[in-house]
Design a protein around this ligand. Sequence first.
Ligand SMILES: Nc1nc2c(ncn2[C@@H]2O[C@H](COP(=O)(O)OP(=O)(O)OP(=O)(O)O)[C@@H](O)[C@H]2O)c(=O)[nH]1
Ligand SMILES: [Mg+2]
Ligand SMILES: [Zn+2]
Length: 342
Amino acid sequence: MTASLDPWGRSSGPADTGDHAGVLGRVVRVDRGECDVMTAAGRVRVLSDSQRAQDEIAPVTGDWVMVGEEDGLGDVVTHVFDRTTQVSRRDPAERDLEQVLAANVQSVAVVHGLDRPLPPGRLERLLVLAHNSGAEPLVILTKTDAALDDDTEAIVRSVARDIPVLTTSTVDPGGLDQLRGRLAPSETLALIGASGVGKSSLVNALVGEELLEIGDVRESDAKGRHTTTARELIPLNDDAGLILDTPGIRAIGLWEAEHALDLVFGDLEELAGACRFGDCVHDTEPGCAIRAAVDDGEVDEHRVDRYRALVEELATQRAREEERERREQKGGGRRGERRGRR
Ligand SMILES: Nc1nc2c(ncn2[C@@H]2O[C@H](COP(=O)(O)OP(=O)(O)OP(=O)(O)O)[C@@H](O)[C@H]2O)c(=O)[nH]1
Ligand SMILES: [Mg+2]
Ligand SMILES: [Zn+2]
């Protein structure tokens, strides 16, 4: 079987569909226990309870899957193909679990509405999360028509360093064309960001119709109302790829993202290589190259603080994870073990 069964005839499927029985499709929407899968025969609603059925990982939006019939259950996801990328965070409800937000995307856009400020720490986290997925990160600043008269855009550009920053609005065809131009027909772009920043509005503007529900924002601080509740994959016009819209995220817990810190903190990681002690935490150790750079006014102390906090958070989480694995090995393993992705 080849990827020619791709439902849209353009979004590249799994490299090898192997000998799995059933029908190939891509998950376009996930709700509790059920999901919509686009197959060559159209969109089907299926049970996504593959964890129980297959002792497998649960499918998420963007996954390539096989759909088959199961006695008494109807259509179910019978297999989830390995992901080329996955956007994930620490589950806000269960701190020791990974929550996958999107799969098989080629780029991840951190979306921000210029009608509100963006704390640098929040952007740094979102960018690390985006980069950690294995996909290309970018920043989309929307609502240029309603922008606060402040320096948000400048702050964003300084935090983003080498990452592309696009500015647009739902009433700016130029910005929208630029965005369309970045997305090859076979590619998927995931949108992440806080509620109310204009993710779904952006999708509607790109599609050219009011496909997704849009919510207003609170007047006092432009906070959104969590209008979007499911992660959904939307194909744009034939020559413009697919977009994956997500609900606004509040908690941006990073998950096993140590190696992704270099995207926004590459200069600090390089400096750290010159610290006298290999395990320097850049606090009060003698011979700390990062502290020296702060003293010389070369790097911003607050940025160093945020970097140190992230390093520590990830190390703590890693230690907990290792401890849990040790416990589980003693206990004889568990069902539904999370699959490695790299
Ligand atoms: N002026 C202006 N308003 C916009 C623009 N884009 C979105 N909005 C408004 O911003 C509000 C929130 O838009 P949504 O698209 O629902 O935001 P969202 O990011 O999808 O929010 P959640 O689904 O809650 O995560 C709505 O009132 C939109 O009309 C824009 O470019 N300009
Ligand atoms: Mg939305
Ligand atoms: Zn140091």
